[in-house]
Design a protein around this ligand. Sequence first.
Ligand code: PLP
Length: 377
Amino acid sequence: HGGGRMATAHDVSPPLSLSTTFTCPEPGSDGHVYSRISNPTRERCETLLGAIEGTPSSPARAVLYASGLAATFGALSRLLPSRVAISGGYHGTHQVLEQLQRISGGANCNPIPLPTPEDAAAVLREGDVVWLETPRNPDCHVADVAAYADAARELGGVRVVVDSTFAPPPLQRALTLGADIVMHSTTKYLAGHSDAIGGALCVRDAALASELRADRSAVGSTPGALEVWLLMRSLRTLHLRVERQSATAAELAHWLDRAMPDLTRPDLAVGLVHSVAHPSLPSDPSHGVARRQMSGGYGGCFALELASEQAARSLPAALRLFRDATSLGGVESLIEWRRKYDDAISPRLLRVSVGLEEAAHLQEDLQRAILQVSAAA
Ligand code: PLP
């Protein structure tokens, strides 16, 4: 898988090339020259991620970046639309749009509200980009990728980009649903251990992949080799981690949704948790679409709306197994009062990222902390 040019053919674990430069390759050969342009560890990891995001008969082409936002910038600066149809989601993506508007003097990347797939033909026009973050950070709303991709194809000249950070393979594969580009913050589930910032774009089109690589080399948004090696190490367990995180998140979301009023002190607990958002819940507005497009599971994150801002601010500190920290997708469970980072989010919302601890232990921790915060309230 692309690593053949390193003299390490017998290594079981992939080798790590930290070299920034390489002895000048023979004229006409395609050897590595300088690691901002290409690097054997990165090439191998891109081959692996392409295989994971594609299908066995049709691997995708992956391009790795220094961060998820560098990947977002890479996609949008290459497509350079005048309008981007987008609905909420990660606040940093909107900051990238603002940067591109600033650089272009307002000509590019102006956000417009994302129409429903049914209204897409009336609202969208050639050159637009549809940016779908699904499931969406932090409310776990699911967008119907195939419906938008079909509408874009009918319109012609509209590109669909899917930020799949919340649901990497094997949960969903948006390229197979018709997306033009899949973007990941690899910082989250793909690297999976809260120790490597990174991003990726995955595409089918070879020419687009080459353009993205040339842009990356020109602006220098390449990831470091160590981060890429950590990502490659983690991809080897991706399916095990993500399926388990997804199953545990679904179990906890169902428990919270169903059993909240029956906690051992119902007098205290009733009403503290207002609602639970996870696409696995049959009552969730996203459930129908999620069932069709998230064939491998519904994701390892869910959101809770508590009865008051005070309760939402207090719960993270009352938990022992869930760490009060931002980010998601790591092996350790995290919870955060999302309003801290994003003004657009309800002050009663908590975002939960489920790790690899025992579901029963996490449930116990939640139950104890909810009762403690209820009692204090
Ligand atoms: N997209 C989503 C959905 C995210 O949650 C994040 C980070 O939280 C990003 C993009 C940005 O990724 P990074 O922090 O790796 O730049």
